[in-house]
Ligand binder design. Structure first.
Ligand code: NAD
Length: 426
């Protein structure tokens, strides 16, 4: 774990943190050849790669209704209740984001302009399942799609070596309202949802996080299916001052680190004492954590950084563009106002990232590797498109007439100009 003052960090140390996630290029060719195979050989390729990477011999590729029912019945009642509670919160938060289906404004007498929002026809939700299983990701990807009104929502997730999917993930898919669930993961799942196979329906858009192979595959199928954004190994950046609790900050770093060996956790603080305490706490907690091996690897990507001022913390955070940002300072609104790049923001000592991971209702599918500079985390707008509308009377057209005719003629498009003139020539 890097432990330094910002002013003493070399350009290389800063770059390593800020320009992270460069491995996509390393897997480009492997991913392209699997996608090509899926495109040509459909289900046969899905079976081949599921055997190779997941060690599973697939029977039926689609999960049957009976398997879904059995999964629901196998889950402990209180766990099911908690999953439904989380699903309810996610539904409410995403319902609140829904735009008016149609709206109009009057530009001037006789000219009404507006927008009409329509859900996408079909969406594919990728739910990771390699190192851990992510029932929560099934909720986060499928619920917003259904709230938006997407008719066909399919889910892909890798099976275990026994050819089965974690029952809790299936239960989450059922609660969220998935229309079809397929036992396929990795690159082959992304290819199947983009190109379609004998069994898997092709979709307009693919959303959901995954490892470097999944993310690279999403980037390569964009000629066939739109995607949300690159959502790879998880990250947190914590901005803290001396009002923060070192144990809490350290446990949030460990929580992030246990996701993946490539996870990245950073604390930027104005307090030398807090920096020292968090550093010591992280090392202590890392030794006691259940997923010690993963935590140890990802702590190699962690950093505790001492800044000269809160403004310096904010500047570093905006350059880093974290997937998750925690603000643990005495005046959080001051920081919040100045944050420009972050996937999801957690304000105060009692808003740790895991609440957003599971149950508060915000979405945990978020841009990583600095992509929060250009993408928003998963939300209702990812599942809808809009058409602009104009409703114009003859009186309204009269006010636009001269501008359209003169610009059209200057562009040499006389047919455009005539289309307007015709309406006034009798
Ligand atoms: P995964 O489902 O993304 O990947 C597993 C699949 O990877 C396997 O089924 C296999 O097909 C493929 N694969 C593995 N090795 C391969 C190889 N050598 N060549 C080709 N394909 C290969 O599951 P995972 O690996 O556990 O990764 C999940 C990731 O999702 C983690 O990095 C986690 O941090 C991230 N995540 C991110 C968010 C977010 O919103 N950013 C949310 C949840 C999880």
């Amino acid at each position: 774990m890097l432990y330094k003052r910002i002013s003493e960090m070399s350009r290389e140390e800063k770059d390593r943190l800020i320009r992270r996630g460069g491995e996509l290029a390393d897997v480009r060719d492997t991913v392209a050849s699997i996608l090509q195979d899926v495109r040509q050989n459909g289900d046969a390729a899905l079976r081949l790669y599921t055997g190779k990477f997941d060690g599973a011999e697939l029977g039926a590729i689609e999960v049957s209704e009976q398997e879904m029912d059995e999964a629901m019945q196998s889950i402990d009642a209180s766990l099911l209740k908690h999953l439904e509670f989380a699903a309810g919160n996610i539904r409410k938060f995403h319902q609140a984001q829904m735009p008016e289906k149609v709206w109009f404004m009057e530009l001037s007498p006789g000219i009404e302009l507006g927008q009409k929002f329509t859900p996408l026809e079909s969406v594919g939700a990728y739910v990771p399942g390699g190192r851990a299983s992510y029932p929560s990701t099934a909720l986060m990807t499928i619920i917003p799609a259904k709230v938006a009104g997407v008719r066909n929502v399919v889910m892909c997730t890798p099976p275990g070596a026994d050819g089965r999917i974690n029952p809790l993930t299936l239960a989450a898919a059922r609660i969220a309202g998935a229309d079809h669930v397929y036992k396929v993961g990795g690159v082959q799942a992304i290819g199947a949802m983009a190109y379609g196979t004998e069994t898997v329906l092709s979709v307009c858009k693919i959303v959901g996080p995954g490892n470097v192979y999944v993310t690279a595959a999403k980037m390569q199928v964009r000629d066939k299916a739109e995607i949300d954004f690159p959502a790879g190994p998880s990250e947190v950046l914590i901005i803290a001052d001396d009002s923060a609790d070192a144990r809490m900050a350290a446990s949030d770093i460990i929580a992030q680190a246990e996701h993946d060996p490539n996870a990245v956790s950073v604390l930027v603080t104005t307090s030398a004492q807090l920096a020292e305490d968090v550093h010591a706490e992280v090392l202590g907690q890392a030794a006691r954590t259940a997923r010690a091996e993963i935590v140890r690897s990802s702590l190699a990507n962690a950093a505790v950084i001492l800044a000269g001022s809160l403004e310096e913390c904010i500047g570093f955070s905006n350059d880093f563009a974290p997937e998750h940002l925690e603000i643990m300072v005495s005046e959080p609104d001051y920081v919040l106002e100045r944050i420009e790049n972050a996937g999801s923001i957690f304000v105060g000592n009692y808003a740790p990232v895991p609440v957003g991971d599971y149950a508060s209702g915000t979405n945990h599918v978020l841009p990583t590797a600095g992509y929060a500079k250009i993408y928003s985390g998963l939300n209702i707008s990812h599942f809808m498109k809009s058409a602009s509308i104009q409703r114009i009377s003859k009186q309204g057209l009269e006010t636009l007439k001269d501008a359209v005719i003169s610009i059209a003629e200057k562009e040499g498009l006389t047919g455009h100009a005539d289309s307007i003139r015709t309406r006034f020539s009798n």
